[in-house]
Design a protein around this ligand. Structure first.
Ligand code: NI
Length: 138
């Protein structure tokens, strides 16, 4: 296990009160883990901002009745096959489909892929969730 370091820092009282409120709302067991997670969140954001190799998911919601939409989405995914690790398709009802893609690659490529999917006519929602390959978090 990595050796722990203890630190102290100064913070304005109103900001500390907000931190305590966030802690209470998020139900973290302790302040240290909350702050560790905030740091990790910043590190992941930095990976995305600097176009590193990242991991993420794209969630799509669309109506498959729309002419050629399914084919277009499949074609786009084939074009970006190197960035898509796995995909899952769920038929939500008679018309609506949901797809989740686990994606990996340069942050810019992944954003482009998510944008292209989002911009297809008939896609009702496309959400990109950002995560990490974990290299900067170890
Ligand atoms: Ni479907």
């Amino acid at each position: 296990m990595t050796e722990l370091a203890r630190l102290s820092f100064s913070i304005e009282k109103p900001l500390l009160e907000r931190l305590e409120k966030l802690l209470k709302l998020s139900k973290y067991a302790n302040r240290s883990e909350f702050i560790r997670d905030m740091i990790r969140q910043q590190l992941v954001g930095r990976e995305w901002d600097t176009d590193q190799q990242i991991l993420g998911t794209v969630t799509l919601l669309y109506n498959h009745d729309l002419h050629k939409l399914s084919e277009k989405l499949t074609e786009l995914q084939h074009h970006h096959h190197q960035n898509i690790l796995v995909s899952t398709h769920v038929h939500l009802d008679k018309h609506l489909c949901a797809e989740v893609l686990l994606v990996k690659g340069r942050a810019r490529q992944i954003r482009q892929l998510a944008n292209k999917l989002r911009q297809q006519k008939g896609v009702l929602h496309a959400a990109l969730s950002i995560s990490s390959t974990g290299k900067s978090l170890a």
